[in-house]
Ligand binder design. Structure first.
Ligand code: ADP
Ligand code: AIR
Ligand code: ASP
Length: 267
């Protein structure tokens, strides 16, 4: 398990090999993958170049719009957050920056599980339970979704993970612990930035060497953020629910984050 001092996290045994067909998803054998918001291209030596597009989609692609500059902003936010998490002992796929909107990462076989950590009720949790919006979840709720666009990414439990052969019980325990540890570190950082991290989604993958790492992106496309002072929404809900100017929200989030990171370095 990772520590706040930056010790690397102990890995679960890498006995599992995905039996699942991944449909159109990126796998270690696949050279390129065009996603809804990113394009992933395999490079030599197990490296992936992840190009952040300006596309915003919602509700499994049912809504789609372009926001010029969103890709660059998300690549910047993701880069800073992966670097911050690496400093907190979380193993990640992140390697560095390639250009304005492209990040280099270890090419991984994505485990088709979306791990969602919720500090407050929002989105589909509010819809599913009838709980009031922004009710505190203490301790935070951790959910697993099956990453399958054709099925609408359904909520699943440990038994489903076992039945589908998505991960071993030890891997699932590790994913849950790592998701909580990474989310808690991010929640602390965003509190210092004057931002409430309401919930977020993580993806994990296996490198060619069998290491389990945090992958994909961490950005306002994958997290819910509220300005603590004003209550303003600073994430993709601006687009999902026509709540306001998406680019202005993402820019504000990055500016707050940079101030908190700078203060973190000085203290
Ligand atoms: P989607 O697949 O939902 O349309 P994106 O547009 O974000 O999502 O596409 C990026 C895809 O790349 C996702 O399926 C994600 O799981 C995958 N991915 C993220 N990081 C890596 C990585 N390091 N190596 C290989 N694939 C990755
Ligand atoms: N998420 C889930 N699937 C895709 C994404 N981006 C993220 C949302 C939100 C959290 O997971 O951005 O931060 C919970 O989403 P929901 O829709 O289940 O309430
Ligand atoms: N990213 C998913 C989609 O494109 C889910 C979401 O963020 O609402 O529909």
């Amino acid at each position: 398990m990772g520590t706040a001092s930056g010790e690397p996290a102990a890995q679960p045994p890498s006995s599992y090999h995905a039996a699942q067909s991944r449909g159109g998803k990126p796998t270690l054998e696949r050279a390129a993958y065009e996603g809804k918001a990113k394009r992933v291209v395999s490079q030599p030596d197990g490296v992936a170049h992840i190009y952040y597009k300006d596309d915003a989609t919602a509700f499994n692609g049912a809504r789609h719009e372009l926001f010029e500059g969103k890709g660059t902003l998300n690549s910047q936010i993701t880069e800073r957050l992966f670097e911050y998490l690496a400093g907190h002992g979380i193993p990640t796929h992140h390697l560095g920056r390639v250009d304005e909107r492209t990040l280099a990462a270890k090419w991984v076989d994505i485990i088709p599980i979306e791990a969602v950590v919720r500090y407050k009720v929002a989105g589909t949790l509010a819809k599913r339970t009838g709980l009031d919006h922004l009710t505190e979840c203490d301790p935070p709720i951790i959910e697993m979704y099956y990453k399958r666009d054709d099925l609408g990414d359904p909520l699943i439990n440990d038994d489903h993970v076992r039945q589908l052969g998505l991960a071993t019980p030890m891997e699932l325990d590790w994913i849950r612990a790592m998701a909580r540890q990474a989310a808690d570190a991010l929640r602390d950082l965003f509190l210092k930035a004057g931002i409430d991290l309401v919930d977020l989604k993580f993806e994990f993958g296996r490198t060619a060497d069998g290491e389990l790492v945090l992958a994909d992106e961490i950005s306002p496309d994958t997290c819910r953020f509220r300005d603590l002072a004003t209550g303003e929404i600073l994430d993709k809900d601006l687009f999902r629910f026509d709540e306001g100017d998406l680019l202005a929200g993402y820019r504000k989030l990055l500016a707050h984050l940079d101030r908190a990171l700078a203060a973190n370095v000085q203290s």
